[in-house]
Design a protein around this ligand. Structure first.
Ligand code: SF4
Length: 414
């Protein structure tokens, strides 16, 4: 019996009767998409069928991306941990009483960026709370003293500083953005990020994780992503797995992302991020997302989004077994920092780059550093990247658009 036949038999026995695995990979490679019936059938795949589903997704990744896996060498800059929202799983947010510094100063930002520059990092990831000035007068005052009315105005100023004073390229992840705010950030950011997380309305109902987080309403997040498309901003987005959503709701969120990409071509990467419970949060007792559920979701993301999409699982949130997701169709590890911690998940250190390379290569893949914008957007740079960014990039990329010098550039990878 061939591998494909074994997979098909297994899937049929797991209830996925609408999906023909013997033709699935070739159909998707031709650009034919899963039917509604097939999508509904995915929901019923049991744990016994997941390996076969992953096999089909892995074949599709090989067709589109080959055996190349990327990561972005970065520093993480938590410009402010103040936030107007309250999500049930978050330990990042602070209020003014617990924040210490309300915002990082320009000098503090530059210091972190220069430390990353010294180690060959190319991305300055700005992650911050959502519009804290709307909740905290202290935040408003801090900003006013420095000539800014809003956090996003201040963010644009420090992005300019980093872009002009260092070799790093900013990638902002500040929550929802208006058209005007995004346009002000665009000259310094080759790409931006906003996790869609979920499109489930149930999650913002009473006692849901987003009950007190107006910025997590799917409508406003989809709007930000749409504005990104209209402005020609390469965008990273993604979904969370295990915060109370169903499998079908994950499929719906992935279809929304695909719809945006169909309309604008600007979704550069989709993160499939597993929920991990953090003590002292409202979801502290909730179970972590199971490996099987993450495998199912990664494979389904690949099957829905197709061979050309970049799909990522964060290795630091899966330190025991992150390499298994290579066999479900991913081709990227996201930002990995040799300098700073993951302030959103401080309990989860990033792997060292030597370890990341070894564990990636052990599965038969090659690891390469990339910029915060993927090489495929460099081919259409005129539509997506400001002239100043294109000039800056040309100094640090090889002929394929990856970071010059490859993985060997980074200490500790021999
Ligand atoms: S997850 Fe983001 S929006 Fe939600 S509370 Fe934390 S910082 Fe705020």
């Amino acid at each position: 019996m061939t591998t494909v036949a074994i997979r098909e038999e297994s899937l049929l026995s797991s209830g996925l009767t609408a999906l023909r695995l013997d033709t699935l990979s070739s159909r998707l490679q031709e650009g034919i998409r899963l039917s509604g019936e097939e999508l509904a059938g995915l929901v019923d795949v049991t744990n016994d069928g997941i390996a076969d589903l992953c096999g089909a997704a892995s074949d599709l990744r090989d067709f589109g991306k080959g055996r190349l896996v990327t990561f972005s060498p970065k520093v993480f800059i938590p410009l402010t941990m103040l936030c107007r929202d309250f999500c049930g799983y978050c330990t990042f947010r602070r209020d003014p009483d617990t924040a210490g510094d309300l915002y990082m100063s320009p000098e503090q930002v530059l210091k972190v960026a220069r430390a990353g520059e010294a180690l060959g990092c190319t991305e300055a990831l700005f992650t911050l709370g959502e519009r804290p000035e709307l909740r905290y007068p202290e935040a408003k005052e801090w900003l006013a003293e420095r000539g800014s009315q809003t956090t996003l105005e201040y963010l644009a100023d420090v992005c300019q500083l980093v872009a002009e004073e260092t070799s790093l390229m900013p990638h902002v992840n500040p929550g929802t953005m208006s058209r005007r705010e995004m346009a002000a950030l665009r000259p310094y950011n080759p790409s931006m990020g906003l996790m869609l997380e979920s499109t489930s309305p149930r999650l913002y109902e009473k006692e849901g994780p987003h009950e007190f987080a107006p910025s997590k309403r799917p409508r406003v997040r989809l709007k930000t992503l749409e504005i990104g498309g209209e402005l020609g901003v390469p965008f990273t987005t993604g979904i969370l797995v295990g915060i109370g959503e169903t499998r079908m709701e994950r499929i719906v969120a992935l279809l929304e992302i695909r719809k945006l990409h169909d309309a604008h071509g600007h979704i550069q990467e989709v993160i499939v991020q597993n929920f991990k419970a953090k003590p002292e949060t409202p979801m502290g007792e909730a179970p972590d997302a199971a490996s099987e559920e993450l495998l199912w979701t990664v494979a389904v993301a690949r099957l829905i989004l197709g061979p050309d999409m970049n799909i990522q699982v964060p290795p630091n949130l899966n330190s025991d077994n992150y390499e298994i997701y290579l066999n479900a169709g991913i081709n990227d590890w996201g930002g990995v920092s040799p300098v700073t911690i993951d302030y959103v998940n401080p309990e989860a250190p990033w792997p060292g780059l030597a370890e990341l390379r070894n564990r990636t290569e052990a599965r038969g893949f090659m690891l390469k550093p990339r910029l915060p914008v993927y090489p495929e957007f460099l081919d259409k740079a005129g539509a997506y990247l400001a002239e100043s960014i294109r000039t800056k990039m040309s100094d640090v990329i090889d002929h394929q658009g990856y970071v010059l010098g490859g993985i060997e550039r980074y200490a500790g990878t021999s």
